[in-house]
Design a protein around this ligand. Structure first.
Ligand code: TC6
Ligand code: NDP
Length: 293
């Protein structure tokens, strides 16, 4: 059993994952790092995986020091490459002893209208957000969950109304939504639940770095229309992931939780404007933990 402290101020009981082993792809920063911190705080052994080997090692060390959980490992992996995924899954089983939870969080895209999109750019985003998570699911299933059961959470992005300027990611996430549902049916008899979390606009350090200040300042027009009237925090996404992984969600499979402050309810034809307010503040962890996400 791994020992940890709940410095991340998770709302969950601190021992709920004390006999669990987890992989979080893209756990080096942002939402994935928050999920890894929360899982580690709740006692899980955790492997985080991303492409930048120095960053993933530093993040593993940072999660160890934040949570006091010694069983945190950083493994370099590109989820787009089958051999890299095979190595990740094998090394994770060697280090952790098994894989009870898989969080397919790694992913991303770049803004670009279809008329300017290259085939290479299209493929890169499809591979990052559909093919990669698929081979992660398949490898974890073949190597461990088929015999032992488990719980998988796929991180998607809103896709139901199309995704102008991000057609590649819209198509990939729509595919992941369908794959989540299919796997929940095909793998139920193996004791595996498969669900998804759909974050809205979650603004954080690496997201701003990736898109640039200009893009994120454009998002401000959107912020005023969101019923909650703010962006989300990585912690708010992490809480939904931990809920789905936990036994509290034992009757949930093939489902998804939208964590977007009501953003997807906005329609261009709506005559209703949410009055300005600050009555629904963000759930955030302590500053000394938050600054490290
Ligand atoms: C707010 C909305 C909601 C969502 C929010 C979030 O997700 S926040 C999270 C946000 N976080 C993330 O998104 C993080 C993860 N995202 C990524 O790593 C990249 O966006 C990636 C998925 C394209 C992979 O990138 P990579 O470098 O490993 O890929 P590669 O070397 O294989 O190149 C493939 C080809 O893609 C093209 N191309 C690439 N960039 C651009 C561009 N800016 N412009 C135009 N085109 C671009 C280009 O054709 C390139 O080929 P080239 O011309 O070089 O021969
Ligand atoms: N932030 C937001 O508003 C939203 C985010 N999402 C999705 O949530 C997830 C997390 O987002 P966020 O934390 O903001 O993103 P970040 O860009 O902050 O982090 C992305 C993480 O994924 C890793 N990663 C990217 N591509 C690969 C790859 N091919 N193989 C392995 N690791 C990879 C990155 O590390 P490295 O680059 O070193 O590999 C990094 O650790 C993503 O799937 C994102 O698209 C969805 C909706 C909204």
């Amino acid at each position: 059993m791994s020992k940890s402290v709940n410095l991340a101020s998770s709302v969950f009981r601190t021992d709920i994952f004390s006999n669990k082993c987890s992989i979080v792809t893209g756990g080096s920063k942002g939402i994935g790092k928050a999920i890894a911190i929360e899982l580690a705080s709740l006692g899980s052994k955790v492997v985080i995986a991303s492409r930048n080997s120095k960053e993933i090692q530093e993040s593993a060390e940072s999660i160890k020091s934040i949570t006091g959980n010694e069983h945190i490992y950083g493994i370099e992996c590109d989820i787009r490459k089958e051999e890299s995924v095979k190595n990740l899954v094998k090394s994770s089983i060697d280090k952790l002893g098994g894989i009870n939870f898989l969080v397919n969080n790694a992913g991303g895209q770049f803004p670009c209208p279809v008329e300017n999109m290259t085939i290479k750019g299209w493929k890169a985003v499809i591979e990052n957000n559909l093919h990669g998570p698929f081979i992660m699911c398949k490898e974890v299933f073949d190597s461990y969950m088929k015999e032992n059961g488990g719980s998988i959470v796929n991180i998607l992005a809103e896709f139901k109304r199309g995704f102008p300027l991000m057609a590649h990611t819209g198509a990939a996430r729509s595919g992941m939504d369908n794959l989540t549902k299919t796997l929940s049916m095909e793998w139920a008899s193996y004791g595996i639940r498969v669900n998804a979390v759909i974050p809205g606009t979650i603004v954080h350090k690496s997201m701003i770095k990736h898109y640039g200040e200009k893009f994120t300042s454009v998002l401000d027009i959107l912020r005023k229309k969101i019923p909650v009237q703010r962006y989300g925090t990585c912690e708010e996404v992490s809480g939904a992931v931990c809920f789905l992984l936990s036994d509290a969600a034992s009757f949930m499979t093939g489902g998804s939780i939208i964590v977007d402050g009501g953003q997807t309810l906005i329609t261009p034809t709506s005559l209703f404007n949410v009055p300005e307010h600050s009555k629904l503040p963000a759930f955030q962890w302590l500053n000394n933990v938050k600054s490290k996400i």
